[in-house]
Design a protein around this ligand. Structure first.
Ligand SMILES: [Zn+2]
Length: 344
């Protein structure tokens, strides 16, 4: 039997192996997150609720919410320059101070812009995000994320470390003055600490990396597909957004939640049946494609096909062999007729 620790170890080993530059499977496309030349377009979703949308297919989207007393910014983007662009976008709309900045996960593209926000801005993140930031040096985090910008850390040369100072565990509610913002943690998904920001008055959610944009599938990068599925089911049972601003990709409606649940169920079922057949998974995943019922945006097709292969490969490897051994053992106790069929 695997215990939790050994599973985590196997997971980390797998990620390190797969992410290693020379070892990366040829089908894997790293998410293209280079912020060079990115312009954020301001879109008012609802009264005081603004999305900041990247003009490239997958570079980070952010946003901000304006109450009667203060402003909250969602994610700080990849560099100081991009952080400044967010601050300028807020200033075009209001003179109110940016009281809060929320980091939706621990990756550099969500936190590296933190350092250009005023000292008076309180940065909030999930406790696991802060743990990760504290345990890994800024240099190490630059190296991890450099795979998304062509492999060099040069773009982040000027980035200074500024960590969130306030944490939360499952839910935190903030009042910006007649404007409520909720922070939710539904469980691990793409990363261990994916945070969802929800504005109930607008029924709008910012989902970071937990849900990518319109026409996408999930990427179980550091967590198991089955945990991701549980997290998405919890999401569905707790909030019901009509607008979703993903950390990456196009803005979408709430139906993407159902699509993610359906896809994760599919990926889990497929990997279980492959495990049962003892398929050589590394070869098998090369020829699989995302089922046609999941409509993928044209400009992110290769990226999503890579995520799909990753999900099935890792899900297969995460399934405990004991699950199938126990089934076999159960069968031994059943009555078997002379023709070999199990008597029910
Ligand atoms: Zn991201």
């Amino acid at each position: 039997m695997f215990n939790l620790k050994s599973l985590v170890f196997i997971g980390l080993f797998l990620i390190c192996t797969i992410l290693h530059a020379n070892n990366r499977p040829e089908w894997f496309v790293p998410p293209p997150l280079d912020p060079t030349g990115v312009e954020l377009e301001t879109l008012e979703i609802d009264d005081g609720v603004f999305a900041l949308l990247s003009n490239t297919p997958f570079a980070d989207n952010t946003g901000f919410v304006v109450g009667e007393n203060s402003v909250l910014v969602i994610d700080a983007h990849f560099t100081g320059e991009m952080g400044e662009q967010i601050i300028a976008a807020v200033k075009k709309v209001t003179d109110l101070p940016i009281k809060y900045l929320v980091n939706l996960n621990a990756f550099g593209d969500h936190v590296f812009g933190n350092y250009v926000f005023p000292d008076s801005t309180t940065i909030i993140a999930h406790e696991k995000t802060i743990d990760f930031l504290k345990k890994n040096s800024l240099q190490k985090r630059k190296e991890i994320i450099s795979v998304t910008v062509g492999g060099s850390t040069g773009l982040f040369e000027e980035v200074e470390d500024r960590l969130p100072s306030v944490s939360f565990k499952t839910k935190k509610t903030l009042d910006l003055g007649n404007k409520i913002v909720e922070l939710h943690y539904f469980g691990p998904g793409m990363s261990p600490s994916d945070t969802v920001l929800y504005v109930p008055s607008a029924r709008a959610a910012w989902t970071g990396n937990l849900i990518f944009g319109k026409g996408s599938i999930p990427w179980a990068r550091s967590e198991t597909v089955s945990d991701y599925l549980k997290t998405m089911k919890k999401f569905k049972s707790k909030i019901d957004p009509v607008t979703i601003v993903a950390g990456h990709g196009k803005i979408s409606d709430g139906s993407i939640v159902e699509s993610y649940i359906s896809y994760l169920e599919y990926a889990l079922k497929l990997s279980k049946s492959l495990k049962k057949e003892n398929i050589v998974i590394e070869d098998y995943v090369k020829q699989i494609n995302i089922p046609a019922e999941y409509i993928i945006e044209d400009n992110i097709k290769d990226l999503m096909e890579g995520f799909h292969k990753w999900n099935v490969l890792n899900s297969y490897k995460q399934i405990k062999s004991s699950e199938y051994q126990s089934k076999t053992k159960k069968n031994l106790g059943q009555k078997v007729a002379r023709d070999g069929k199990v008597v029910k």
